[in-house]
Design a protein around this ligand. Structure first.
Ligand code: ADP
Ligand code: F6P
Length: 324
C-alpha cells in the first residue's frame, strides 16, 4: 500500500453513463482489498462543497453492477469551476481525510481533477460518458450501452416509418462528437448519417440521395443526425418541404443514458476501476485511465487533456456505400 494514502474518495461527475456503477464497485472493492478506507462523494464535486460524503464498505456496492445510473448520484457544479470553489473542495477532502480522489466522468470532470491536483489532492480520472469523446481513450464507459439502446429504439421506429412510407429523422446524443451517430447509422442501415466532424450539403447528401433511392424502389427513410449537427425537427421540416415525403423527427434524448450496462461496459468499467486503485497503490497520481488497443493504460492528466481524437471517417464511407 502507498504510505501517504489511507483513504480513497470516489465520485461520479457530469452526465451519467451506464457502467458508472460497475466502475464505482471496482474502485471500492479493489481499494478495500488493498487495505484502504473508501469514502463516496455524492453529486459530483457538489458533494465536496456540501459535505455529502459517506463511508463505503464492501456491501455498499452490492447489487449495482447491472444497474444504470450512478449510486453516488452525479451533477454539474458551477461553483467548483471557480478557484474559491476548488479551494473549498480541496479543504473538504482534507477535512474528511480523503487522501486521493477517483473521479469518474468526462473531460470537464478531468479539468476539475487537474485543478484539485494543483491544490494538493492527488486524483485519478476514469472516462465515463456515453459520448466516447475522451481524446486519450479509444473507449469510454457507457458508449456501448447507449448505442445499443439507440439501435433498439430505431429498430422500433423503423417499423412505423416503413408502414407509413415516411422519413424519420432521428437525433442521437454525443454533444460535439459523432461517435454514437456514426456507429448507430451503420447498425440500423440509415440512408444518411450526419455528424459534426464532417460538414454536409443538404441537397447533395440528403435530398438527392433520397430521390435517387426512391427511383430504385425505396419508400421509407431513416436519417440519423448527431445532436452536434442540429435539430432533427428542423431537418425533418426541410426534407418534407423539399421532397413532399411525410417526415417526422424523433429525439432519442436521455433514454440513451439509462439502462442496464452491456457486458462491454461492465467489463471495461471493472478493469478501469481496478486500474485506478492500482495506480494509487503504486503511488502514481494525477493520471487518466484509458483504453488503448484493448489494453488499460493511463496518461498524465495534463497530457490527456491536451490530446485530440479524430473520428474514423472511413466509417462514413462504409455507411454511404451500403445505404444506396
Ligand atoms: P463531463 O465531465 O461529462 O465533460 P462537464 O463538462 O459538465 O461534464 O463537467 C462536469 C463538472 O466538472 C462541471 O460541472 C464542473 O464542476 C467540473 N468542470 C468542468 N469544467 C471544468 C474546468 N474547466 N475547471 C474545473 N472544473 C471543471
Ligand atoms: O455528455 C453526455 C451527454 O448526454 C451529451 O451527449 C449531451 O449533449 C449532454 O450530456 C446532455 O446533458 P444534460 O444531461 O445536461 O441534458
Amino acid at each position: 500500500m502507498s504510505k501517504e494514502v489511507k483513504t480513497i474518495g470516489v465520485l461520479t461527475s457530469g452526465g451519467d453513463a451506464p457502467g458508472m456503477n460497475a466502475a464505482i464497485r471496482a474502485v471500492v472493492r479493489t481499494a478495500i482489498s488493498r487495505g484502504y478506507n473508501v469514502k463516496g462523494v455524492h453529486h459530483g464535486y457538489n458533494g465536496l462543497l456540501t459535505g455529502e460524503i459517506v463511508d463505503m464498505n464492501l456491501r455498499s456496492v452490492s447489487e449495482i453492477i447491472h444497474r444504470g445510473g450512478t449510486c453516488l448520484y452525479t451533477a454539474r457544479c458551477l461553483e467548483f469551476k471557480t478557484l474559491e470553489g476548488q479551494q473549498k473542495a480541496a479543504q473538504a477532502c482534507r477535512d474528511h481525510g480523503i487522501d486521493a480522489l477517483v473521479v469518474i466522468g468526462g473531460d470537464g470532470s478531468f479539468r476539475g481533477c487537474r485543478d484539485l491536483a494543483k491544490l494538493g489532492i492527488p486524483c485519478i480520472g476514469i472516462p465515463g460518458t456515453i459520448d466516447n469523446d475522451i481524446a486519450c481513450s479509444d473507449y469510454t464507459i457507457g458508449y456501448d450501452t447507449a448505442m445499443n439502446t439507440a439501435v433498439e429504439m430505431i429498430d422500433k421506429l423503423r417499423d412505423t416509418t416503413q408502414s407509413h412510407d415516411r422519413c424519420s429523422v432521428v437525433e442521437v446524443m454525443g454533444r460535439n462528437a459523432g461517435y454514437i451517430a456514426l456507429n448507430t447509422g451503420i447498425a440500423v442501415g440509415a440512408l444518411v448519417t450526419l455528424i459534426p466532424e464532417v460538414p454536409y450539403d443538404l441537397d447533395r447528401d440528403v435530398i438527392s440521395k433520397m430521390k435517387k433511392t426512391q427511383k430504385t424502389g425505396k419508400q421509407h427513410f431513416i436519417i440519423i443526425i448527431a445532436e452536434g449537427v442540429g435539430h432533427a425537427q428542423d431537418l425533418a421540416n426541410e426534407i418534407q418541404s423539399r421532397t413532399g415525403i411525410d417526415s417526422r423527427a424523433t429525439v432519442l434524448g436521455h433514454v440513451q443514458r439509462g439502462g442496464s450496462p452491456s457486458l462491454r461496459d461492465r467489463v471495461t468499467a471493472s478493469r478501469m476501476g481496478y486500474h485506478a486503485v492500482e495506480l494509487i497503490n503504486k503511488g502514481i497520481f494525477n493520471r487518466v485511465v484509458a483504453s488503448k488497443a484493448e489494453a488499460i493504460v493511463d496518461y498524465d492528466i495534463d497530457v490527456a487533456l491536451s490530446m485530440y481524437k479524430t473520428i474514423d471517417t472511413s466509417f462514413l464511407d462504409i455507411a454511404n456505400a451500403i445505404s444506396i
